[in-house]
Write a protein that binds this ligand. Structure first.
Ligand code: SAM
Length: 284
């Protein structure tokens, strides 16, 4: 790779999400060889570069200066400089700034070269075992109404839904999940990945809220497996199945009819009682 001129390229370089050893050889080589490093927070990335013994001019790019900074960076690349984009942690653009820069690079026929590495998203879905089909939402909206609207719309898509969450918003988000999917809904927790207090497990959402007693620490990825009706095959899932059916605008009567086909051991009268309760609690 050429150091400064004649290799006008934009490198998208992944950095660790906690454990420093997760930087790749190729990432280090690239950061050593480019002319400039674009980062969100120069102080934060400065520390990483210091540990790697790399001294480069840094260019700051964040949500408040994204258009201007991106135009300047494109200009520099057109002049012949190679530039690397890093974010505060993990893979740039995965819930991080950089979209405008990449759009401009493609529009200007600039070579965009990924240097892959850590991301909380891929760590979470692989370690929780839900990687075959998933939808990534990034951070949920902060406003309760919008957040719950998005969560509700997730129940229309069967498969795994992945969200990022900051500790101070965890309680509200988990309460919204209870409201939309019920307290028995099983969620995947991937917290503090690659760090000392790493926590990766499946748990009922209500149990997790109880366990943490409003004391949510660290960074979170939450995995929400939205099931197909055919997947509700056990008696104990009657509640979840009825809820899913009622949510799809089925009447109480129709929901019980469908549910009783799947739950051959359940008494229809019990299902009916349960459906009425769910209907009055959530859908009236
Ligand atoms: N670009 C990053 C990536 O590739 O994962 C994500 C950046 S986004 C601004 C920060 C969010 O990612 C955090 O709020 C958290 O949801 C998630 N995250 C980042 N590091 C994490 C970690 N070590 N463990 C769990 N989640 C993490």
């Amino acid at each position: 790779m050429d150091t400064i001129r004649n290799k006008s390229s934009l490198y998208i370089v992944a950095t660790p999400i906690g454990n420093m050893q997760d930087i790749t050889y190729r990432a280090v080589d690239t950061l050593k060889q480019v002319a400039y490093i674009v980062c969100e927070d120069t102080r934060h990335s400065g520390k990483l570069l210091k540990k790697l013994n790399i001294q480069k001019p840094l260019i700051s790019l964040h949500s408040h200066n994204e258009l201007n900074a991106s135009n300047n960076i494109i200009q520099k690349i057109k002049e012949g400089y190679s530039i690397a984009l890093v974010s505060d942690a993990g893979t740039p653009l995965i819930s991080d700034p950089g979209q405008i820069l990449i759009d401009l690079a493609h529009k200007n026929d600039i070579k965009v070269i990924p240097i892959p590495g850590a991301s909380a998203l891929t760590c979470a879905i692989s370690a929780l075992g839900t990687s075959s089909s998933f939808i990534f939402h990034g951070f949920l909206p902060t406003k309760q109404q919008k957040r719950e609207f998005l969560l509700t719309s997730m129940s229309d898509f069967v498969g795994t839904h992945v969200i990022y969450e900051a500790p101070h918003r965890m309680e509200k988000t988990l309460n919204s999940i209870v409201d939309i999917f019920g307290e028995d809904f099983n969620i995947g927790i991937a917290r503090e990945l690659t760090k000392i207090y790493e926590e990766i497990r499946w748990v009922k959402v209500s149990e997790y809220i109880k366990e943490k007693e409003s004391n949510f620490l660290g960074e979170y990825v939450l995995v929400l497996p939205v099931k197909d009706i055919d997947d509700f095959d056990h008696k104990e899932n009657a509640y979840e199945l009825l809820r899913a059916l009622l949510k799809r605008d089925n009447s109480v009567k129709d929901s019980v009819k469908v549910a009783s086909k799947y739950l051959s051991n359940a008494q229809k009268s019990n299902l009916y009682k349960m459906a009425l309760e769910i209907h009055s609690e959530y859908f009236e």
